[in-house]
Design a protein around this ligand. Structure first.
Ligand code: ADP
Ligand code: GLC
Length: 476
């Protein structure tokens, strides 16, 4: 089957969160299942810099009156998955992030940037394909490619079927209706049964309305987004389309995230020999300026610092835990207020709290390996990958029972427990659960059982990639 996987970020070229990890590993898993899968990504500077041996395969104008863009072709590093790059320097060659400029505001022409990506995806799935290849399935991811199913629907000749994966329903890509004309969308589609959402042109709503199938990244989240509390206004549409909605749990890249081979670690380890993990802890304590102590419980956080992740609840209960002797290593960036509160905590607890505010791939692996317990108290979590990394690294996670966390972590009270799970989104419930995790950490055989259950858990892509393939086959 010919599958076009459209995404706005992909590891190891450009990453702000889990979407990049999924875009790096799911296409490779589908390729391993014998499929002709290709990526389509924007030609950000970071992408053009990192990809070697690119060649131009097409030049064309996407929207009437727009200058020509190029489509480049290359192979992804390591996995060799073919990738098309939308080379439109005017829109993508900018210093700063893929969606935001340095001060944290959204690029004002995001509608055009990602509208163009969506339109090119639809072209690659239609008779008008600018290259000698036409997709049977266009697999869209989040709002940035949400208009592709709309463009496909408006294509009169034979065209690909579309799948829309929702990685986070809170991000919708809602824009002023004035963007309709520049994006070559007819006024008739600005309708409740079309791209309109509360008076705005909504990329995600368009994807959810026009795609042949809707997938979210865990079975629990597939139910949650059909509720008023968690649907962010899209629950009605999703409930109507209930028969077309499913949840497929993400996997992880098992070669990149393997404590036995991880290139970011100096002390590597596996289930059979956990001893070097203690060495990694010592190295981490040293690197981060924490007191070097072997048996002190070291808690880890690697996260976007946003409301979603529930870290404000964590901030409320941390002083008691730190006064009780725990250490904390935080790596993250995001909302200024949360960054500041964590930095203040580090000042208040020198040698006991380390806070690194930036994006740092290597350090994220070292925290995963060198901490004892990983904290992920998310208010909502469509899937979450870090809890799976934690389990694989023998660093059991503390998670709230929501979305993909509920589907991937089982509580230590169960025979197959891999972490510590709580229900209420309150600092008190989180505190109790972290205390329980520290009690377990002190009971070496009990903790070893939780670590070992987690390290044995199958968190790879094999099963989930197969489920995507079955879904494509149903609609092809
Ligand atoms: P989300 O996509 O909602 O941010 P996930 O758990 O699915 O959450 O994925 C987050 C990914 O981003 C993980 O690979 C995590 O290690 C990584 N990550 C988040 N913040 C940072 C950071 N500051 N430095 C390095 N990696 C980070
Ligand atoms: C989103 C979600 C996260 C998920 C990731 C990859 O960023 O917030 O839960 O793991 O996408 O699907």
């Amino acid at each position: 089957m010919k599958i076009l996987f459209v995404t706005s970020e992909v590891h190891p070229l450009i990453k702000t969160g889990g979407l990049a990890d999924v875009s790096g590993s799911l296409p490779a898993a589908l390729q391993a299942l014998g499929q002709d899968v290709r990526l389509l990504i924007p030609g950000y500077i970071q992408v053009l810099d990192k990809l070697e041996s690119k060649r131009t395969v097409a030049s064309f104008s996407v929207f009437p009156g727009q200058p020509e863009v190029k489509l480049l072709s290359a192979k992804m590093p390591e996995t060799e998955v073919p990738v098309y790059i939308l080379d439109a320097p005017q829109y993508f060659c900018r210093v700063a992030g893929p969606y935001q400029y340095e001060l944290g505001g959204d690029w004002p022409d995001n509608a055009m940037r990602f509208g163009m990506l969506s339109k090119v995806a639809a072209l690659l799935g239609s008779k008008a394909s600018p290259v000698n290849w036409r997709a049977d399935i266009v697999h869209c991811n989040d709002w940035q490619s949400g208009l592709a199913p709309a463009y496909l629907h408006m294509t009169e000749s034979a065209h690909a079927k579309s799948v829309m994966t929702v990685h986070n329903i809170a991000f919708q890509g809602n824009f002023d209706r004035d963007w309709l004309a520049p994006l070559d969308l007819p006024p008739s589609c600005f309708d409740m049964h079309g791209v309109e959402f509360h008076g705005y042109l909504s990329f995600l709503k368009a994807g959810l309305h026009y795609a042949d199938r809707i997938v979210t990244v865990s079975p629990t989240y597939a139910h949650e987004i059909q509720t008023t509390e968690m649907g962010y206004g899209l629950q009605g549409l999703l409930t109507v389309r209930n028969g077309d909605v499913s949840g497929i749990l993400n996997g992880i890249d098992e070669s990149e995230w393997d404590p036995a081979t991880d290139i970011h670690l100096t002390a590597r380890y596996g289930l059979g020999d956990l001893a070097p993990k203690a060495e990694g802890k010592r190295a981490l304590q040293q690197r981060l300026g924490l007191e070097v102590k072997e048996r002190v419980p070291l808690l880890g956080v690697v996260s976007r610092l946003t409301y979603q992740k529930g870290l404000d609840m964590l901030l409320e209960c941390l002083p008691k835990l730190l006064d009780g002797g725990a250490q904390l290593a935080v790596l993250g960036s995001g909302e200024a207020d949360l960054e500041k509160r964590f930095e203040q905590l580090a000042l208040r607890y020198p040698g006991r709290v380390s806070v690194t505010v930036r994006f740092d791939e290597g350090l994220s692996h070292q925290i995963m390996a060198g901490t004892d317990i990983f904290l992920m108290p998310s208010r909502f979590e469509p899937c979450g990958l870090n809890q799976m990394y934690g389990m694989r690294y023998g660093t059991p996670p503390v998670v709230r029972r929501t979305g993909g966390l509920a589907d991937s972590v089982s509580d230590a009270s169960l025979p197959d427990g891999t972490g510590f799970v709580f229900d209420e989104p309150t600092p008190a419930a989180l505190y109790r659960t972290i205390v329980a995790s520290i009690d377990c950490y002190r009971d070496i055989p009990a903790f070893r059982r939780v670590q070992s259950n987690g390290m044995k858990r199958d968190v790879g892509w094999r099963v989930s990639a197969q489920k995507y393939l079955e879904l494509y086959r149903k609609i092809e």
